[in-house]
Design a protein around this ligand. Structure first.
Ligand SMILES: C[S@@+](CC[C@H](N)C(=O)[O-])C[C@H]1O[C@@H](n2cnc3c(N)ncnc32)[C@H](O)[C@@H]1O
Length: 331
């Protein structure tokens, strides 16, 4: 059994991101306690879980218990796959119902008695304890260092445009499409979504109507070591012309909002409808689209008219005058 600790800012989107990855890896989510997901999965899931954007960490779940006494009792009987030295680290979630003040010391003593050495400053293995409705203890396998995503925020890229999603959100959009080999962003801007897709090994295709964006996105992709890309100058409402006969496995995009962003002379809602239609025409049957729209656009209804099926919808309040939804559709 595995656990995944998701981030708290978009819990529903984060949970669905994990679900999408497990669907590719033959696993499933078995339950959730606040931000902790209990997951059925084996080693095949690791390369997919390694892709996650909205997760804090994942690991092997060793013990689950309803009380501290039960946790310690079970811990005495478990095999602890600890490599080298260890340390117990506790996460008290907002719904924690147990007094865990002394737990790291007590659980540390139990594991120590099994022959493992403690090292509080530089442990080889981190034993994670989560306190929510219940208690959970496991071995951390992968921690997603926030600094790695921060390094790719818009202002850290060689070609800078302020209108860009947070890299974690871009990564999640890519994953929600369940892409395994390729992804198209038909309104790529500075390439934030394509960077996240390229870094997990997908071949990336990008389109933008502005020449400086096409040049800038290429600069950014190369800066992050991405070489397998096809970028085109063009109109996202006419995708079939740029990719004749091509049917994409996945599309993710963040269209302009029509406030400070450019709409290239079009009415915003007309542009959105035309882009949806154009994306539908180049997507494989069963292929997925992840797309952001301001809250006052009826994304679900408009996409539904074209034949898209809604798979997920997640709300975000960006600031006072911008509320949006991220949608995931399937053709
Ligand atoms: C919000 S930005 C995308 C930001 C991008 N996701 C990023 O991370 O940098 C929207 C982009 O859509 C482009 N655009 C606007 N109308 C377009 C059209 N009809 N076809 C293609 N691109 C278009 C704009 O030039 C702009 O770069």
């Amino acid at each position: 059994m595995l656990y995944v600790e998701i981030l708290g800012n978009f819990p529903e989107m984060a949970q669905d991101e994990v679900k999408a990855m497990l669907e590719l890896a033959g696993g499933e989510i078995l339950g959730r306690d606040y931000l902790l997901l209990k997951v059925r999965g084996d080693g095949r899931a690791f390369p997919y879980l390694d892709r996650l954007g909205l997760a804090h960490e994942y690991g092997e779940l060793i013990v689950e218990a309803g009380s501290i006494e039960e946790l310690l009792r079970k811990a005495e009987r478990e095999e602890w796959p600890i490599r080298g030295t260890f340390k117990v680290d506790t996460e008290t979630m907002a719904n924690c119902r147990h007094n865990v003040t002394d737990l790291p010391r007590k659980l540390g003593a139990v594991i120590h008695a099994r022959g493992f050495r403690v090292n509080l400053s530089r442990p080889d293995t981190v034993v994670r304890v989560y306190c929510g409705e219940k208690l959970y203890a496991g071995i951390r396998l992968r921690f997603f260092d926030p600094k790695e995503f921060e390094m790719r925020k818009a202002h850290r890229r060689p070609f800078f445009r302020p209108i860009s999603l947070h890299p974690r959100v871009s990564r999640a959009l890519v994953n929600l499409t369940k892409a395994k080999k390729e992804l198209l962003d038909p309104m790529m801007g500075a390439g934030g979504i394509l960077i996240e897709a390229g870094l997990i090994g997908l071949k990336v295709y990008g389109v933008d109507i502005k020449p400086e964006m096409v040049k800038g996105a290429e600069k950014n992709l190369r800066h992050y070591g991405i070489r397998d890309y096809v970028l085109k100058l063009g109109d996202a409402t006419r995708l079939e012309e740029f990719f004749p006969g091509k049917r994409f496995e996945a599309v993710a995009t963040d269209p302009p909002y029509g406030t400070s962003a450019t709409l290239a002379g079009r009415k915003r809602n007309d542009l959105y409808r035309a882009v949806l239609r154009s994306i539908y025409s180049v997507l494989q049957p069963g292929g997925r689209l992840a797309i952001a729209f301001p809250a006052d656009f009826r994304g679900e209804e408009e996409a539904g008219k074209l034949g898209f099926r809604l798979v997920g919808k997640y709300y975000q309040r960006v600031h006072k005058s911008l509320e949006r939804y991220f949608y995931v559709f399937e053709k």
